[in-house]
Ligand binder design. Structure first.
Ligand code: ATP
Ligand code: MG
Length: 422
């Protein structure tokens, strides 16, 4: 038997309603905020991520699905959405429209990681990016969108952590202090972090290795070394969030995955996911559009992991989160003629927006009724020769057992459903 590749998942029909619920909620919130969907390729030139995610990040150093195509180009399956959106923003001159440019996406992402609960090799992200606005009101808007999305999903036990990691000016001074601090522990840092010590010491704070994270615990914090502008931006962002009634905690250890983050960074963390607890992460970045060949423009965005949201939803609402999608009516039949009549009736009911079902597998009447129960049909009607002759049947409410005589027309059935179901 051929099985799925390690770290991938099939979304089975019992779960797909849950996915659609999350996607629908994401789209509704984006509509409220004016974030328009953008659809981009699943693969890009490898260089885009080397430059756009940063070559000192775990994603680029260890996790990318990179291969050479038949034309000898180095291609990478998207590990995240931001770099691609920046590329598209530049390539399609979206900066020429009135700014900011507000974009949203739902994409598959690929990272060669050690698969475990909440950590897959193919996973999905809902994310947004806002280009061309540097105000703290934008930070507050983006964070509030993520907050509203998670609220509308009905999740609880989610904490918003925010931090500021400064701008190139204050980061430079801070990096000197940080480098001096980590120099003391040179003998203990992992090989990757030794390299980071030269190129981007802040990344060491994000290292998952036990020793590095222990050392990083007492390192100087960026929030304590912000320049006036960054400090004001951070204070203003926090005040605006508070103004909207959005609770948050300042966590000086959040530095986030991308190399180009500046100023505000944030994460939404769930209390029921164990090690893979971050359901959504994002932040502001300033050098990225320029780095990828565009005229300087600020960006800010976030990405939420859909598989992790599903885990939270299931943990909080029970494994079998039920999104009731049983048929409104099941039409059971006795005989071939009845079966044909039923199909026509069901077609007309569906045309009117009623979810109707019949048996397609030649079941006995008894087995059909069992099947209707399994499908959680709300009503059923049995059609046989007598019913066809009189054009009348008994519509049974499967919940209460109550029976009503009804003409076998879509109109008549709809009338009862409209009165009782809707
Ligand atoms: P982590 O620290 O958990 O590795 P990250 O910082 O690498 O996360 P981001 O690049 O910020 O994650 O991606 C945004 C979100 O995508 C994460 O908060 C998480 O919900 C989800 N995510 C990231 N990697 C995976 C993965 N391998 N499998 C499932 N979801 C993931
Ligand atoms: Mg990661």
């Amino acid at each position: 038997m051929i099985t799925k590749p390690r770290g991938t998942e099939d979304v089975l029909p019992k779960d797909s309603k849950l996915w659609q619920y999350i996607e629908k909620t994401a789209r509704e919130v984006c509509d409220l905020y004016g974030y328009k969907e953008i659809r981009t390729p699943v693969f890009e030139h490898t260089e885009l991520f080397q430059r756009g995610v940063g070559d000192t990040t775990d994603v680029v150093q260890k996790e990318m699905y990179t291969f050479e195509d038949k034309g000898g180009r180095s291609i990478t399956l998207k590990p995240e959405g931001t770099a691609t959106l920046v590329r598209s923003y530049i390539e399609n001159s979206l900066y020429a429209n009135p700014q900011p440019t507000k974009l949203s996406y739902i994409i598959p992402c690929f990272r060669y990681e050690k698969p475990q609960s909440g950590r897959l090799r193919e996973f999905h992200q809902f994310g947004i990016e806002c280009f061309g606005a540097s105000s703290s009101s934008t930070d507050a808007e983006v964070i509030s969108l993520a907050w509203m999305f998670l609220k509308k999903l009905g999740l609880s036990g989610i904490t918003l952590n925010i931090n500021s990691i400064g701008c190139p000016v204050c980061k430079k001074e801070y990096n000197k202090k940080l480098r001096a601090y980590f120099e003391e522990y040179k003998g203990e840092l992992c090989a990757t972090c030794l390299e980071r010590l030269e190129k981007n010491p802040m990344r060491i704070i994000d290292c998952k290795s036990e020793i590095c994270s222990r050392i990083a615990k007492d390192a100087p914090k960026m929030v304590d070394h912000l320049c006036t502008e960054c400090s004001e931006h951070f204070e203003e962002t926090k005040a605006r969030l508070s103004g909207m009634g959005i609770d948050f905690e300042v966590n000086p250890d959040i530095v986030r995955g991308l190399d180009y983050y500046t100023k505000t960074v944030f994460e939404f963390v769930s209390d029921c996911l164990g090690a893979q607890s971050t359901v959504c992460g994002g932040g502001r970045y300033s050098g990225l559009v320029e780095e990828l060949g565009g005229k300087p423009a600020d960006g800010i965005g976030f990405a939420a992991g859909i598989e992790r949201l599903i885990l939270v939803l299931k943990a909080q609402k029970g494994e079998e989160v039920s999104f009731d999608d049983g048929p409104d009516v099941f039409v059971a039949t006795m005989g071939d003629e009845a079966d044909k009549t039923a199909q026509k009736l069901i077609f007309e009911l569906r045309t009117k927006g009623i979810h109707a079902q019949q048996d397609l597998c030649g079941r006995s009447l008894k087995a059909q009724m069992k099947y209707a129960d399994k499908l959680a049909a709300r009503y059923s009607v049995v059609i046989g020769d007598d019913e066809i002759a009189n054009n009348k049947g008994n519509l049974k409410n499967m919940g209460t057992g109550e029976v009503k005589e009804v003409s076998l027309t879509a109109e008549a059935i709809c009338e009862i459903l409209d009165a009782e179901v809707r």
